[in-house]
Design a protein around this ligand. Sequence first.
Ligand SMILES: Nc1ncnc2c1ncn2[C@@H]1O[C@H](COP(=O)(O)OP(=O)(O)OP(=O)(O)O)[C@@H](O)[C@H]1O
Length: 711
Amino acid sequence: MTETLTGPVNGHAVPNLLKPRLAGVADETPVAESPAAVEAVDLPGNPLADWLTVPDAPVLPAWARSRAAILANVAALGRLTWWHSRYHGVRTPKYLVKTVLLAARGFYRATVGIWPTLSAQDHSAAVKALRAQVKAKPEDVDLAVRLQIAHLERTKTRRWRFGAAAVGVTAAAVGVALADPLLQTGIAGAVTVPLAYLGRGKEATFLDQGAPPLRVDMSAQQLNDALRAAGLLKSGRAGEDEKDWPRVSCSMGPVRDGRGWAVIFDLPRGGGKTASDVLAKREVIAQELGVDEIQVIMSRVRAAQGGNAGRVSMWVADDDPYLGTPNPSPLEKADTFSVWDPIPFGQDARGNRITVPIMWQSMFFGGLPRRGKTFTQRLMTAAGLLDAWVRHYVADGKGGADWMPMRAVAHRLVMGAEDDAIEALKAMLQELLTEMERRFALLRELPASICPEGKLTPEIMRRYNLPVIFVTIDELQEYFTAMEKDDREEVINNLCRVARRGPAAGFISNFASQRPDAESVPPKLREIITIRYSTQVVDKTSSDMVLGKGKAAQGADASVLSEEHKGVGVLVTGPASYVTVRADLMDGPTFAQLCQRGRQLRIDAGQLTGDAAGDVTAAADAQGIRVPAVVSDVLEVMRHSPRMYTTDLLNGLVNIDEDTYGDWNAEQLAKELEQAGVKRTSKQVKIGGTNAAGYQRRDIEAAVPAEILLG
Ligand SMILES: Nc1ncnc2c1ncn2[C@@H]1O[C@H](COP(=O)(O)OP(=O)(O)OP(=O)(O)O)[C@@H](O)[C@H]1O
């Protein structure tokens, strides 16, 4: 099953999902300086709200709705039977001993109960008493008659007793002597079992009560117990039968669904608890069910899917559903892609495909280092590479290898957060704002027949050459920490303008930051972002820093992820719309190949512009001409600087490729460049009035093969 926002989801049409979030191009409201009352992701009009859906009310029983469901549930029944056979099988000796002991008790009880009859105790006592009375009153005829009758009764009872004993002993002796072992076992069973039944007390349950682990069986009782322990269901009054306590009513399940149990339930009325309360208690519920919270996936079932404020869809996975071999991105094999379609992103816990529509949206990626933030952010860029009608503006605060291949395509590429790179970033933002205003002016002039909603359309894009613009900034924190306060404010405000007003003009912001604190993720920037994604963070506060205030309490909590969850994150798209996604994996070399493919697509479509059009190294790559690696890397480090000190150049090279340049010094650099054909016009460079050893960019450029420059 594929869940997108553009088509029917589980049989429900999803209306107006791509309606623009922004009212129109004439919106000139200045960027809010104070925190917004409601964050963009939580706005009632957010088209991505209620994105995730669950199966609707069942007509067929849930286990019989598909071949897979039938197979899964039959297999589950088989597993449960097998589990019980093994559980009771190993306890058979214990059950035998218990049976014998209970039979002994039963025998004792039976004999104690019937002894007075068998021994005719009552009759003996009566005879004794009457005999004494007759002795005292020998003239009393009535007494004499009663004595006679009692005597007869006693004799009759004794005869019965001895007769019964003789028959029993003879029958047993004959049975033992004649019967084969099977019959003997049968006789022993026939005698022992009723005796054991007689001997069982109130406390004695014959078979042990084994609770199969959750992966073998999940019952509504377990669910009720867990919810009650979490304080979501009330307990009954003292003495009230537990069956009469408030319980959830399951409109589906628990049934097997993939590698877990699915259940949809309604909370009882009168308890004062809502589906949101259940979502907030994920950890406690998981603990009560005996699983990790990562295995408990819950969502509300909203009215559009036949739900209500008390209906919850829950899926409890057998094990951690986010581990295992990563899924390759389908983009790897695609020749082209249109960013007007939802972008393939990953899979949820049940293996449903998650695709994310990005038109009219803005995105923010956060999380601890080395958890797959950049890889996931690049999936969006990769889709944009395969669409020649996407113009990329990219800045990477770390300036490492992650974004380097974008030089083949990017209209602007800013690498690093040194002073020159910060200036380049500021210039890039100015360029974007100017382009944004130009577009709004143009869109305003267009007749309603061409531009009915005041925003970019695929037709306007082609007719007026207004490609979709991807503004991708990774490691934002590097810029914010490197900047002076005034610069920082200016950059944040400009980013806010682009993210807030840009979508209608085809600007898609895609920002990422590593450190979830207010300085690295300015709340006023985050507040206007409509799609947020967080890989693992240390606690709920950090998770909220990325995903939005109060999200962790609602269940969207990236701190439940662990270190093993590389490429896994929580994606929030609406007030109650979130999903933990295992993002598709696209490694560096594949991304670099896509960049080359993207370059060719742009050349063919006449859309190769900006830095990429003039990038000599990228041009050489594309023409198959080898520029010495050291020349290409030095040009990369110096991309924003006409001259650079040797020490800074060496640091930049290490940043790009530590393995190669980690132990280079000034002498080796000079030697390698000389061998690559670089002729230095001067060994000293003057920067900001200070002279020191360094390089001029034009000297390096002069070593690039001439045919590239001509081509
Ligand atoms: N979707 C994925 N599936 C599996 N593994 C992944 C996935 N994405 C990334 N990884 C693994 O996680 C590692 C770290 O990824 P990435 O460089 O994107 O981390 P990051 O969070 O951006 O770190 P930093 O903030 O330090 O740049 C990658 O080298 C890769 O091995």
